[in-house]
Design a protein around this ligand. Structure first.
Ligand code: ADP
Ligand code: MG
Length: 242
């Protein structure tokens, strides 16, 4: 079997309170998978996602990314290899769409012409015209802002893209469209996606694998088909039935 692109082994994490946000979590993310992480609010989804790129530290356990211990990665290198998309897009309000998309490339001192070329490529993929590229995020609709967020995450041609409820705040139609685009992108680009969602339909249609979490633990990690066929326990069975 291929080496997992992200390997999380026996990770435990608490914030200030005594309650564990993550309790002895292990997860192997296969290369080029689309992993959807789902579970009730507060179960640790965001924490699990954020520790994959070192944004959140851990108390114990270990994390390997692309075969290398997380702590031995150069932070900027890691950011280039791992795009990150959050809800409400997390765009820089004082930067134009073009500058937002170019942000990570600028950080790593890519040549100006190469940046321009890449931004134009992404604009084409995402359907932005020149005037939109020069606009500020607040001048765009929610769906467009989220598209910019995705474009920014893809700019450095990352091998992994992490997404935290990327479509959560969008209306149904926009959400379905973006879901379709992301699925198509996953098919075309050889990228591993890890997406936190609270939308079961989204998890089961986009995910090649689904991680079902509850109370700081991964209860089941498998393909959507296997989870539906054989829910690990009654709680999972109940959770996936709506
Ligand atoms: P989810 O994304 O599934 O809603 P989170 O990973 O955000 O869950 O949170 C898991 C638990 O950790 C929750 O109980 C939450 O209140 C707590 N938590 C998350 N972030 C922080 C933080 N920065 N400080 C203190 N507690 C936190
Ligand atoms: Mg969350």
């Amino acid at each position: 079997m291929n080496n997992p692109v992200i390997e999380i082994v026996n990770v435990t994490k608490s914030y200030e309170s005594a309650k564990k946000a993550l309790n002895d979590v292990s997860l192997e993310i296969p290369r080029e998978a689309f992993v959807a992480i789902i579970g009730p609010s507060g179960c640790g989804k965001t924490t699990l996602l954020r520790l994959m790129n070192g944004m959140t530290g851990i108390d114990s356990g270990r994390i390997r990314v692309m075969g290398k211990n997380l702590e031995s990665w150069d932070k900027i290198q890691l950011r280039r290899k791992m795009g990150y998309v959050i809800q409400q897009s997390g765009l820089f309000p004082h930067l134009t769409v073009r500058q937002n998309i170019a942000f990570v490339l600028r950080l790593s001192s890519v040549e100006k012409q190469a940046i321009e070329k890449r931004v134009n490529e992404l604009a084409k993929i995402m359907g932005f015209d020149e005037s939109q590229l020069n606009a500020f995020p607040s001048e765009l609709s929610g769906g467009q802002q989220q598209r910019v967020g995705v474009a920014r995450a893809l700019a450095s041609q990352p091998e992994i893209v992490l997404m935290d409820e990327p479509f959560g705040a969008l209306d149904n139609i926009t959400r379905r469209n973006l879901q379709r685009e992301i699925k198509e992108m996953h098919r075309k680009l050889k990228i591993t996606f890890v997406m936190v969602t609270h939308d079961l339909h989204e998890a089961f249609t986009l995910g090649t694998h689904v991680a079902i979490m509850n109370k700081g633990e991964i209860v089941q990690f498998d393909t959507p088909e296997n989870i539906q066929k054989e829910p690990f326990n009654d709680w999972v069975k109940e959770f996936i039935t709506i």
